[in-house]
Every structure is written in C-alpha cells, then in structure tokens.
Write a protein that binds this ligand. Structure first.
Ligand code: 3PG
Ligand code: MG
Length: 416
C-alpha cells in the first residue's frame, strides 16, 4: 500500500508524452495556498485524486494527471494520460478537465484556456464532414464570404411571415436563411410548417436568382425530437441543420453528427449560452476550447464572434478562427461564422480583420434596413462584394442605393 496525496500530482521535471492531453489553465489559488499547491490540486481532482490521502495498491498513479509547468502569470500546464479518457466520449473528457475543479475551494478562479489534443484522442471523434468546403461545394461562392440572415424579431413571426422574410432575403442576394437560437417548434411557428414552407420558398428563390440557396433550420430539442426533425430536413431536401451546441450538450451534438452524416447534412452551430462559461476571463472554459470541442464533435460552421465589431463580447476571434482552419490530426476544418450586431457599414473592417473564409450572419442589420428585408439583403450583398473587391463602400454606394441607405442609417458604428 502506498499513500498518495495531491502533492504527488506536481512534477516540474515531467515531459508530456505524445499521447497525453495537455491543458493550459489560468489559476488563482485560494488565499491560504500557493500556485504549486493549487496546481497540484487541479491535476489531482481532475484525474484520480481527492482532498484526502489515499491508500492505494498497484499502478493507479498511471492514470494521474501531472502539473508540469507553473507560470508567473498564474498559467499552469497539466498533462493527462490517454488511459484516463474514454475515447470518443466528449462528456467524459469534460467531466475530467473541466469538472469538479471549476468549483473547487482550493482555487478562487480557474479557467481552461487551451488544449493540445493528441492524435489518438482527437481522431476518436469524427470531426466535421464539410467544414469550409461548404462555400465552394454548396454555394460556389468564389472568393467571397457566404452570407446568412436571421429573421427579426427573433421569435413571434408567424410561419407565413417567416417564410416571406426568407424569400425576400434570398432573392435579395443572401445565401442562407437562419433560424434564431430560441426558435424551434412553438405554437406561433411550427417546425414542420416552417420547414416545408421555407424550402418551397427556397426553390422559388433559386429559380429566380439562378443561385444556390439554403436554410439553417434549428433542430435544437430533446435528442429523439432533434433526430426526428433532422430526418424531416433530409426528407424535404435541406442541406443543413442548425443546433445550439451548448444548450443541447455535447452528447446531443455527437448524436446529431452521426445522423447528419447518414443524410449528408451539414451542421451549423449556434453558441448561445457560451458566455456563461467564457465571459469572465479569469474563470470557466474559454471560447477557444469550446470551439475545439465543437470541431472534434463535428460541426461544420460555428459562431466565433465578430472580432469586437458587433454587439456581443468577443474573445480572440482571429486566434480561434486560425485554430479552426489549422491542422488537427487531419480532421476537417470548420467555417467560422461572424454574427451579432453586424451591419453593412462594418463589413470592410470585418473582412479586413477576419478575411473572406467565413460566413457573415446579419439579422437586425438586414431587417432593420429603412426599405425592409429585401433591400437590406441587397445592401448586405453589395457590402460583401465591395469588401471583396477592395472598393470603399462609400464609393460603391454611389450606384448601389440599398447600400447607400444602409450606410446613411448606421454609418460604421459598432452597436451595443
Ligand atoms: O443568432 C444570431 O446570430 C443573432 O440573432 C444575430 O442577430 P443580429 O445580427 O440582429 O445581432
Ligand atoms: Mg440570435
């Protein structure tokens, strides 16, 4: 029998194995602890230790995590052995690396900042089916970002109104109609009616414009309902489903990913509620890690912010997007979506900061156009075209009246 205490989880000479999952945390220790003590408690509680000394036999420490780096700025790095995890089970992994430690009294604050995913663990997940290729494969969008719009008000439109707004937006030049995060199957706008009506309107819009159009319909629900709705999207000839990944939970996303592949459907991920985890920058789970999890679980598009240009607080949108584009042991990349308080006047700066390999999603900045949704959609497309061509929007607006009206309305101000 050997006694094992939390101090056994600290080893500054440890060199992580290539199969370890390495996590970086920011830690503020409790008042009566230093960073070494708090850091060892983190590794202990998130793997196989606890507050008390344990008497164990055999090689149980093979499953222990090791804190191997203590930074002056409160950053620590912890290595987790692969055997600690059930491969392909995201909830189990998160119950380790972002579980009890988030509420543990040994730390005042703790934030999971970043993960280095080892190959075997990363590839035990499917990753996205399509990722950034949707721009080319579905929309033939060339060099420009694809565009989406969410009808506003976010809930309350009848099905007929919602369908009409979609038609007006599509024919104005928008690629994707998107449901809002809290619209699913309510009494004023039933999922089934909205699905059938919108895809019929999509077909008409495609015929009129000669462009491919698609619909991000929100299937967020209890898992069995979500799958039934996904089946219906496929039966009706949709290309995408949309899901609120944080509120539905990662188990639900994993299940949805399997069903989406059976139908060849892409997944658009809305991140509603992410800020409960990542808004306070000294605590929780960073958006960077949430985006990594989403990629492993297999979403094709995800909201990653607007690089500080919109109405929502943003963590490092550029850095998160770079991670989503970068190599992760051969997993397909993810198309970042910029959304939340955007309007046409912000697009040159947005494209400057984020590039064109994105989806630009605008709600209020389309439907709040002084001449309505159709004109708002035209203004959005004109602003995109101007940004991609590198033409100043003021100049472009000289012979594009819809863009002119949008610029007169909102200028280049960032809304709140
Ligand atoms: O779901 C979203 O992304 C938001 O509803 C965007 O809406 P907004 O463009 O009006 O901020
Ligand atoms: Mg919304």
């Amino acid at each position: 029998m050997t006694g094992i205490t939390y101090e056994d989880f600290l080893d500054l000479s440890y060199e992580p194995d290539v199969e370890d999952l390495v996590c970086e945390f920011y830690v503020e220790p409790a008042a009566d602890m230093d960073l070494a003590a708090a850091g060892s408690r983190v590794a202990s509680e998130s793997s196989n230790g606890t507050w008390a000394e344990l008497q164990v036999e055999g090689s149980i420490t093979d499953l222990s995590a090791t804190t191997f780096e203590l930074g002056d700025d409160g950053r620590i790095r912890v290595a987790y052995p692969a055997e600690l995890f059930e491969f392909g089970n995201m909830p189990q992994i998160l119950s380790c690396i972002a579980g009890n430690i988030m509420g543990m009294k040994a730390v005042e604050r703790i934030r999971l900042l970043d993960c280095e995913w080892p190959e075997a663990l990363a590839t035990s997940f499917p990753g996205p089916q399509f990722g950034t290729s949707v721009r080319e494969e579905i929309f033939d969008a060339g060099d420009r970002p694809i565009t989406a719009t969410v009808p506003k008000p976010k809930v309350g439109l009848s099905t007929d109104q919602h369908v009409q707004v979609g038609y007006d937006a599509w024919t104005g030049g928008v690629d994707l109609l998107k449901d809002d995060e809290n619209l699913t199957d309510q009494s004023f706008n039933r999922f089934e009616d909205r699905l059938v009506g919108s895809l019929e309107a999509r077909d008409r819009a495609e015929e009129e414009t000669g462009e491919k159009k698609s619909y991000l319909i929100n299937v967020t629900a209890e898992t069995e309902d979500m799958l039934r709705r996904t089946d219906r999207v496929a039966e009706q000839g949709g290309e995408y489903v949309m899901v609120d990944v944080v509120t539905v939970g990662w188990a639900g996303v994993q299940t949805l990913r399997e069903r989406a592949e059976e139908h060849g459907l892409a997944i658009h991920a809305h991140r509603a509620m992410h800020a409960a985890f990542d808004r306070i920058d000294t605590h929780g789970v960073s958006m960077r890690v949430l985006a990594q999890i989403a990629r492993l679980c297999g979403v094709d598009q995800i909201h990653t912010g607007t690089a500080d240009l919109g109405k929502l607080e943003n963590e490092d949108t550029v850095g998160i997007n770079e991670w989503l584009y970068g190599d992760c042991h051969g997993l397909t990349d993810v198309l970042p979506t910029a959304s939340g308080g955007l309007h046409p006047g912000l697009l040159p700066e947005l494209v400057d900061r984020l590039g064109t390999n994105i989806c630009v999603q605008i709600g209020g900045g389309v439907h709040g156009h002084p001449d309505g949704t159709h004109a708002g959609a035209k203004a959005l497309r004109q602003a995109i075209d101007a940004a991609v061509e590198g033409v100043d929007p003021e100049t472009y607006a000289d012979d594009h009246p819809e863009l002119r009206a949008a610029l007169d309305q909102w200028g280049t101000e960032t809304p709140r």
